[in-house]
Ligand binder design. Sequence first.
Ligand SMILES: [Zn+2]
Ligand SMILES: [Zn+2]
Length: 535
Amino acid sequence: MIPRTTRAQRLAMPLARDVVRDLAAEHGGCVRPVQLRRTDLGTGHVEQVLVPCGHTLATVCPSCAERAKTLRAAQCREGWHLDTEPVITPDPSDDVQRMWVEHRAETQQHRDQADAAGHDTAELDELNAELDEEISRSGIRGNVLPNQMARRHRSTRRRQDAPDLPRRPVAPRTIGKTYTAPDGATFRPSMFLTLTCDSYGKVGADGTPADSDAYDYQRAARDALHFAALFDRLIQNLRRFVGYDLQYFAAVEPQKRLAPHMHVAIRGTVSRAELRQVLAATYHQVWWPPADEIRHDDAHLPVWHEASGRYLDPVTGGFLPTWDDALDAIGDDDEPLHVARFGPRFDAQGVLAGSRDSARCIGYLTKYLTKQIAECHQAHTDAQAAHAGRLADALRYEPCSPTCANWLRYGVQPKNPREGMRPGRCTGKAHRREYLGYAGRRVLVSRKWSGKTLADHRADRKAWLLETLGITDPDPARYSWEPVTPGDLDHMPPAQRLLHVVADRQRWHAALTLARARASGQDATPNLSATGRAA
Ligand SMILES: [Zn+2]
Ligand SMILES: [Zn+2]
């Protein structure tokens, strides 16, 4: 019989489900596994397989985030000092990849049927978007449905001004130069580069402005929103400048002042003087309609007109200019809405393959990958919290994209308008506090970096594990896979899945320890004290 306890005693007891979650994480197991049903096509035998969620944030799943970070470090290391051109040929798709694409095909059909019948397709669109994510996550490149919306080639005269740089034809090579020392030794240095945004006003050691009224929050917000585009432009300029297909592995993270900055591993080297020249000539012009004058504040918002699917001016009753109209109205004498540039300060150092510097730089590059942008620098003082708050305020009404609801505030109908759009309530990631205006990917890797995708690096790791354990990978053509959904009889609730994860991980640990002991010629009797208990 369980002895009686007081309420305080009971509250002090750990919650069973927390213990299971902690145990799963402690053993390196995923804490939110996805359940798949695997059928052996030969025997008809059905098995439940738990696949790791693959999340990259430690707050969501510490084990998957740590694994993702390790993979990123491996990817960075493999590509940095490559001395032969990577071979890029697509692999045949595997069963899991085909399964997701088949599901995507099915929901697309449902969606199109619903659309034809005049039903709302929002939920199916959402489901499609989720499936697209799964498809990408399973290691498939590109989209199943390329965006076929007729792109309007408006404002082509508004394209970016050509940078003031010498231009060389770009050769298809991706590898940097080799140098030969007087003693005949050859080496091929690579580069580690740190880029920052411009100054928006003087800041102290805690990252907060000396004078918050003089700090240019609007420019800080706009630079953050267009940071990814600016980086693309830099790479384009660098490639033309050096004359070869320069490759990079870059990680974006915030500085203490909450402006994005970037660590970049580059294969090959560029001199500091040349870098300075390219950085000074690199900028990204944002040719969007003006957004500096508030035409419709929250009390006088444009009104949705159901019949035309457009927004009306609440005072005149006329249509708001559409996105395309507003772009067309940008005249020859107008200025771009924003010009993003990197700050004049940068850091560049040469790095040799396998050196301690190389390992240290890879550490920098992957340091914050398991955290949300805003989590990298938590506010510890009132000044820091106020600074973060003012940046969030500036981002709240800044248009994040052509489809942003904030355009209504500036008298322009957003692209693809819908009913119920409200300035300040745009759901774009860039406005959310945790993104600090940068909604792009945290790791940007050029296509010919290591010649491998993250899925390839994952497969390398799996192959190593299987070899260590002396297991042969079963023939993938033998199985069919299906996701298990909550309505299914064999669906396992999350708590039950976690118990399975803990049990699986324990078995793996034990088997791995045994295999390692065997490989090193030690006593093959399993000593499982390292994992705490035997399976
Ligand atoms: Zn996970
Ligand atoms: Zn937005």
